[in-house]
Design a protein around this ligand. Structure first.
Ligand code: SAH
Length: 340
């Protein structure tokens, strides 16, 4: 039996017509699965009983199993999933003032081994399939039944999204398509540690999806120490690309900066950051380090965070400080490790 969420619309259409089912049924199936978010084949009322039986024989339509949910007081809910091979991933539902944000994973574990991140310490297990990525959205939607307001999706959960490019692309096609889940690409943000070739490609494939780049240090030596990937993917090259392509971009790049006490949170670091980003239309997102057992890393003092933020602000930057929600349930940035 095939897991239906891994099929594109075209693949589904081809397969069902080969099985003698009318072509237009594919659109109906997509509507039930993704728009109505109802996966029980027998409830698909505009499709006949014989077709129900044929579909049930060919396709598995069950979503990933949720094995734990944890909610904090600030409005973050962490969902732990068990995949069909026993691996585990996490998604986070964040309730904001006027909308919800879904934080979605793209890999089991992560290969990048950023020193301050709990997912990095798990190592890399495997890529998620297209269905395993997009079905997180369906499961989170079920947590807020009846809600029709604004939704944001952030690809900031476990993994480096751009290192699972093909599957992510297929998932995003269904997530953003009118035939599929129908979420506007403008409400989606991809966060990356910076794989330049893939950023370039992604911006061609999904020009309206926003890009967040995890800067985390204002020069490459410190960045290499924190994020081994920057030995290969050099900061100046990435920034040069953002500068050169700024005019083609419909949104500003967000630079995420995890502030770590005594490591990258001084006024000097703020000065370097300001000089570095000069000329790039951007926003800066400061994330005070979320504790996760990383040895030798601590959350900075709120006063130092303010000095850092005020300095950048005084230089004309838009700065948002994200004292993450969900810290007490280990669902904030850098805390996802799929532990129960
Ligand atoms: N691999 C992608 C997306 C996952 S991480 C990326 O690197 O962007 C999402 C964000 O969380 C990144 O900006 C990362 O730098 C940040 N982050 C990781 N560990 C953190 C921690 N312990 N505290 C605060 N932010 C952290």
């Amino acid at each position: 039996m095939k897991w239906i969420f891994d099929l594109t619309f075209e693949q589904l259409k081809e397969e069902i017509t080969a099985a003698g089912i009318k072509k237009f049924t594919a659109a109906q199936i997509f509507q039930w699965l993704y728009e109505k978010n109802i996966q029980d084949i027998n409830a698909w009322s505009n499709i006949g009983k014989t077709t129900h039986a044929a579909l049930a024989k060919q396709y598995d339509t069950t979503l990933n199993k949720i094995i734990a949910k944890k909610e904090d007081h600030a409005g973050a809910k962490k969902i732990l999933f068990q995949l069909s091979d026993g691996n585990r991933i996490e998604s986070v539902l964040i309730s904001e003032k006027d909308h919800y944000t879904f934080c979605i994973s793209t890999q089991v574990g992560c290969a990048l081994n950023c020193r301050f991140c709990a997912t990095g310490r798990m190592g890399f297990k495997r890529n998620l399939s297209p269905g395993e990525i997009l079905s997180q959205v369906l499961c989170l939607q079920k947590e807020i039944p009846g809600y029709t307001g604004k939704l944001n999706i952030v690809l900031m959960g476990m993994g480096e999204p751009l290192l699972n490019y093909e599957n992510l692309k297929l998932a995003l096609e269904i997530i953003t398509s009118e035939k599929g889940i129908g979420i506007s690409p403008r409400n989606i943000t991809l966060s990356t540690a910076g794989i330049l070739e893939k950023i370039r490609r992604f911006e061609k494939d999904f020009p309206r999806v926003k890009i967040s780049f995890s800067l985390n240090a204002p020069e490459n030596v410190l960045r290499e120490a924190l994020m081994p990937i920057s030995r290969k993917e050099k900061l100046p090259d990435i920034l040069e690309y953002f500068k050169a392509t700024a005019a083609d971009r419909k949104h500003r790049i967000t630079f995420e900066y995890v502030l770590i006490k005594g490591v990258n949170d001084s006024l000097d670091h703020a000065r370097l950051t300001s000089n570095l980003l000069r000329g790039i239309p951007c926003k800066i997102n400061l994330i005070p380090f979320n504790p996760n057992g990383s040895i030798g890393f601590e959350t900075p003092d709120p006063g130092d965070v303010e000095i850092f933020s005020d300095y950048l602000h005084s230089k004309g930057y838009t700065v948002i400080t994200r004292w993450s929600k969900g810290r007490d349930i280990k669902s904030a940035c850098g805390q996802l490790a799929a532990e129960e």
